[in-house]
Design a protein around this ligand. Structure first.
Ligand SMILES: Nc1nc2c(c(=O)[nH]1)N[C@H]1C(S)=C(S)[C@@H](COP(=O)(O)O)O[C@H]1N2
Ligand SMILES: [Mo]
Length: 362
């Protein structure tokens, strides 16, 4: 059963823990994703938190430990709003699974992301109120959900202190102008724009300043990237690197893969996203597997450094089947790998190979 306030067309991947992704065509209709369409990624329970007794603690390498009620967080700190896209590191895992099997992981399509208007207090305001210790290098977050997988009783992660002190990182209590809904972390969550969704801890209860990254299972074990020659059998979890900034990506949302349509001019629409605050500079499409390319028009998203960019291109299609691939280029002149085989990794993260749809023009 999906939470009652989700869209009837949301694609449920698992019931318990509840995991669901957005259907692509509705997702592409609105630059700010309606909350009912916004994907949900949970590793454990959805806790019911009583806002009256809720407290956020800030401890570790700080000058003074804080224990803040929701009221204090709302009333005693500035409120900022950031339009930011949150994307799961497992977005497009399905494409990696087609290259080589990945047992036991959720087969996400390309809808495990969404763009929302997040409001709350900048994390750095709270860290400054606590006084950042000289030795501190990482900001660790812990949530209130109960986890069965791994060694940690609850979900947690961390970000480097320099990211935690950046103005776009929020402790958010609102999403799209209303209080966070329970599945999105009510009453308070971290929002770390430009980083994989796993770092945006929901139902946030503890912030710890420390010298080392979090030793929570979801920082130290999960969400690490390993090379294609490492497998479940050979992995040493002390190696690999903990994912931070998301990778450059572009996806066609409509037409959808396998769609039948009329020959002639066909509008293609999709999203593109760059990590770490870099911008999308170009989106290209190809009907001949990358031999030649056509430029798409960049649409909504200009001036929003932490959000995805929408794009659109009209392709002239003759009768018959066509495979259309898309790729983006960012402000670092980085672009995407052609195929998923070379970036396959046994956990199935960060698939940013050229996205393709096949259409049948009649
Ligand atoms: N406490 C907690 N925070 C969490 C998670 C979780 O399972 N528990 N999942 C993380 C992951 S992997 C992602 S991708 C995002 C998803 O955010 P959403 O469900 O609001 O879309 O939340 C992150 N924060
Ligand atoms: Mo995720």
């Amino acid at each position: 059963m999906q939470p009652p306030d989700k869209h009837p067309k949301i694609i449920v991947q698992d019931q318990q823990p509840f995991n669901a992704e957005s259907p692509l065509e509705p997702l592409r209709r609105s630059f700010v994703t309606p909350t009912e369409l916004f994907y949900v990624r949970n590793h454990g329970t959805i806790p019911e938190v009583d806002p009256a007794s809720y407290r956020l603690t800030v401890s570790g390498m700080v000058e003074r430990q804080l224990e803040l009620s929701l009221e204090e967080i709302r009333d005693e700190f500035p409120k900022e709003t950031v339009t930011a896209t949150v994307q799961c590191a497992g977005n497009r895992r399905q494409g990696l699974m087609e290259a080589q099997q990945i047992p036991g992981e959720t087969p996400w399509g390309a809808g495990a992301l969404g763009n929302a208007r997040w409001s709350g207090v900048p994390l750095r305001e709270v860290l400054q109120a606590a006084g950042v210790g000289e030795e501190a290098r990482h900001v660790a977050f812990a949530g209130l959900d109960e986890i069965e997988e791994g060694w940690s009783p609850n979900y947690g992660s961390s970000v480097p202190l320099h990211k935690g002190m950046s103005p776009e990182v929020l402790l958010a209590y609102e999403m799209n102008g209303e209080p966070l809904r329970s599945e999105h972390g009510f009453p308070l969550r971290a929002v770390v724009p430009g980083y994989i969704g796993a770092r945006s801890v929901k139902w946030l209860s503890d912030i710890t300043l420390q010298y080392v990254p979090s030793d929570n299972y979801f920082q130290a074990h999960e969400y690490k990237l390993f090379p294609p020659y490492v497998t479940e059998e050979t992995v040493d979890y002390t190696e690999g690197f903990a994912l931070g900034e998301i990778s450059l990506n572009a996806v066609t949302c409509s037409p959808s893969d396998g769609e039948e349509l009329s020959a002639g001019p066909v509008p293609f629409r999709g999203y593109a996203i760059a990590g770490g605050g870099r911008t999308i500079e170009r989106v290209d499409l190809s009907t001949d597997e990358g031999q030649s390319w056509i430029g798409a028009d960049l649409k909504e998203g200009e001036g929003h450094p932490w959000a995805w960019r929408f794009w659109e291109a009209t392709m002239e299609l003759d009768r018959g089947k066509h495979q259309i691939v898309v790729r983006a280029l960012d402000s670092a002149a980085d672009t995407q790998p052609a195929d998923a085989g070379g970036i396959w990794n046994f956990k199935g993260y960060a698939n940013n190979a050229w996205h393709s749809v096949e259409v049948d023009a009649r």
